[in-house]
Ligand binder design. Structure first.
Ligand SMILES: CC(C)(COP(=O)(O)OP(=O)(O)OC[C@H]1O[C@@H](n2cnc3c(N)ncnc32)[C@H](O)[C@@H]1OP(=O)(O)O)[C@@H](O)C(=O)NCCC(=O)NCCS
Length: 206
């Protein structure tokens, strides 16, 4: 199965895949919207487009065999343009592609990009306590539960808790298979000059 991350930072492509994005936002409105997001279709469509374009090179469509199958974006960058230290990760996969290994493959791709190409120290995700699938996947990728933020979000007039999961650089490299570790030992990594590159336009995982 060929899985690619197609950058969303080009207006034309974004317009082309907008119907998919609107479907995914509708399917997962309880995860993606809160009480401060516009409710009118036109207003939230515009807000989605603006939000995604604002992410620059850090938003992608997940393509499976060249078919849009979900999206992924990174935000809340901490550090500077010269040295990224941490960011947050968000991903949605279309229901028809669930439980076929897409989430795991995309997780591997993006974590490799963040830790091995961009040399980040930390990646984090805020998860809904009911989101069993994502909690399972986060733990599988090596993320650790770091805390329950009570009432962090307001949804339908009710405060909702969110769970913080974090993955740090030493844990990422410890989890990698031994032959990879010889090339990317944390100690070795410390010596490497921090990368300032932007993500490759396409990542492929077979
Ligand atoms: C979470 C999500 C990304 C997982 O994607 P996926 O493509 O189904 O993941 P995979 O097929 O790689 O499965 C990874 C593991 O999770 C398990 N899993 C998947 N869905 C599960 C569920 N509903 N409950 C329990 N485990 C689940 C799989 O069995 C698999 O386990 P294994 O590796 O031990 O065999 C997907 O369910 C999704 O997009 N959910 C909605 C969006 C979301 O929650 N986003 C996060 C907040 S921004």
């Amino acid at each position: 199965m060929k899985i690619e991350l197609a950058p969303l930072n080009q207006g034309e492509y974004l317009i082309q895949v907008l119907p998919y994005l609107l479907k995914w936002y509708k399917d997962y409105d309880y995860l993606l919207f809160d009480d401060f997001y516009p409710t009118e279709v036109e207003a939230y469509t515009q807000a989605i487009v603006e939000d995604l374009l604002e992410l620059g090179p850090y938003a992608w469509i997940i393509e499976v065999e060249e078919e849009p199958a979900g999206f992924l974006y990174l935000n809340e960058w901490y550090g500077s343009g010269m040295k990224h230290h941490s960011c947050q990760i968000h991903a949605i996969i279309d229901k028809q592609f669930h439980r076929q290994g897409v989430g795991t493959a995309v997780g591997d791709l993006i974590l490799s990009l963040l830790f091995e190409q961009l040399s980040l120290f930390r990646v984090e995700g805020w998860l809904d306590p009911e989101n069993k699938a994502m909690i399972y996947l986060a733990k599988k990728m090596g993320f650790k539960f770091e805390g329950n933020a009570r009432g962090r979000k307001l949804v339908n007039g009710k405060p909702r808790n969110e769970l913080m999961f974090g993955l740090i650089r030493p844990d990422y490299f410890r989890r990698k298979k031994p032959q990879m570790r010889t090339h990317h030992e944390p100690q070795e990594e410390k010596q490497r000059e921090r990368s300032t590159c932007t993500p490759s336009t396409t990542a492929t995982c077979q």
